[in-house]
Design a protein around this ligand. Structure first.
Ligand code: ATP
Ligand code: MG
Length: 449
């Protein structure tokens, strides 16, 4: 037993020679402790007072050095999840694949992770080498070695304002290079999502992907097919709402990472007729993110998939199907084709269909219809979508302009603006419905009727 243990310790340390960590002072990295969120500082402080090691780690340190506002702050510690849980009343342990603790402080939530060991032969993987569970605690050096990129393996200590750097991450960041820690092929095999992260983070930080990191991507891209759909969806959502979606997607295409893997990416990057609309939508999203406005995933995916819906819908109408049912069948088919690889959540799928279903309703500018549409809770999203379609040249700009005016007009002005239905507006011309008594309350139909 002891021999086995000794052999394991010996082989482990022989395989990984002790790395000397650089301790980088404030003058070189520039992170003053006030730049770290109060909650993250407090979490480090409480853990350190209790005798544990604790550092702000990962993306936040990287972003602060690159002078980008961090999205959130993570803390890495020598304390186990249970020990962390006991120190903070408002905290809870979450996750299975990676057990972590969420510590709530004020309005913030800090993700606290225990230092993890590097993988060894006992690590549970699937048949392609993808790591399934990763809950073996280790020391700080091992924790640094299992992170993905050198720029992500930086530890900031708020108590003395130093950065601990095992893998020359600060130098790489300053030299604008993104390098994988360890052997890139092995690291991509353990977790293929790292290939997507490489592209996304390089785009966000304006770094060049080191050739050793970029070369294997093309040939290993197919391993992404093996990643659970929900995880891919999260990663794509991060990429698309990063504020750098346009650059990220162009880089994905350059790295050969899009083809045949994610139907969504095929759709985005390989549709000649819809290209303009998609890039316009992505640019629009990037601008919103950069000016601090929220982006809704539903709106985003609705734009990305619209051209699919449009061609499916047109084909059905050409087949003499009625416009409205044709649209709903087209929507279902397009969403289903994405579902297999990309687990679009039900809620988001609901938002997407609402936005699509509103589109034909914008064409009805007679009678009560426009008054009903404008009362829809999703009117704004539907209208923004309509305007994008016009900007891309799919429809006349006159239509969103009309709605713009209609929305800000008085009731009398609105009445005067109504445009009678054109004759022969598609095959689905309605029969006259019997008049309802006024005030019977059956007026507004929900989106997606
Ligand atoms: P973002 O700016 O999108 O938050 P991030 O690098 O902070 O980027 P997170 O998912 O928040 O990404 O991860 C936090 C840290 O955990 C990373 O900086 C990295 O050190 C580590 N990490 C995350 N994902 C992986 C992975 N797939 N493999 C290895 N380490 C990872
Ligand atoms: Mg992060």
């Amino acid at each position: 037993m002891i021999r086995k243990l000794l052999r394991r310790v010996f082989t482990k340390s022989a395989a990984k020679p002790q790395a000397e960590a650089a301790v980088i002072p404030l003058e070189l990295h520039g992170i003053r402790r006030e730049m770290v969120s109060p909650a993250a500082r407090k979490v480090c402080n409480v853990l350190q007072e209790a005798g544990f090691k604790a550092y702000v780690v990962g993306g936040a340190v990287r972003d602060l050095i690159a002078r980008i506002d961090p999205k959130d702050f993570d803390v890495a510690t020598s304390a186990t999840p249970e020990e962390v849980r006991h120190l903070f009343r408002r905290s809870r342990i979450i996750g299975r694949r990676f057990r972590i603790v969420h510590v709530m402080s004020g309005a913030e939530t800090i993700e606290v992770t225990t230092f993890r060991a590097a993988h060894d032969d006992d690590t549970e993987t699937d048949e392609h080498g993808r790591v399934l569970r990763d809950n073996v605690w280790g020391n700080m050096e091992e924790d640094a070695a299992r992170r993905d990129f050198t720029v992500n393996a930086l530890y900031y200590d708020p108590s003395n304002e130093t950065v601990i750097d095992y893998h020359h991450g600060v130098a790489d960041l300053k030299q604008k290079t993104m390098r994988v820690i360890g052997e890139p092929r092995a690291r991509y095999r353990e977790d293929p999502v790292r290939m997507l992260r490489a592209v996304r983070l390089a785009a966000k930080l304006d770094l060049i992907l080191d050739p050793a990191a970029s070369k294997p991507i093309r040939e290993m891209a197919e391993l992404l097919a093996n990643v659970p759909a929900a995880r891919l969806f999260d990663e794509m959502l991060k990429l698309l709402s990063s504020g750098h979606a346009v650059v990220s997607l162009k880089r994905l295409r350059d790295e050969g990472l899009h083809h045949g893997l994610l139907p969504l990416l095929d759709v985005i990057l390989e549709q000649p007729q819809g290209e303009k609309f998609v890039w316009l939508a992505l640019e629009n999203t990037d601008n919103r993110v950069r000016s601090g406005k929220p982006v809704s995933p539903g709106f985003l995916f609705a734009t990305l998939l619209w051209n699919e819906v449009l061609s499916n819908w047109n084909a059905r109408k050409a087949n003499r199907q009625h416009s409205q049912p044709a649209l709903f069948e087209a929507m279902d088919e397009v969403l289903a084709s994405q579902a297999e690889k990309l687990a679009i959540t039900r809620r988001i799928a609901g938002d997407i269909t609402e936005i699509w279903a509103l589109q034909p309703r914008f064409e009805k500018r007679a009678g009560k219809a426009p008054f009903r549409l404008i009362e829809q809770p999703r009117f704004r999203a539907g209208y923004d979508f309509l305007r994008l379609r016009a900007e891309a040249g799919e429809i006349e700009m006159e239509l969103p302009d009309w709605w713009d005016e209609f929305a800000s007009a008085s009731t009398e002005e609105r009445e005067a603006m109504l445009v009678p239905d054109k004759k022969g507006d598609g095959p689905a011309r309605k029969r006259r419905r019997p008049r309802r008594k006024p005030g019977s309350g059956a007026a507004s139909a929900p989106a997606g009727e």
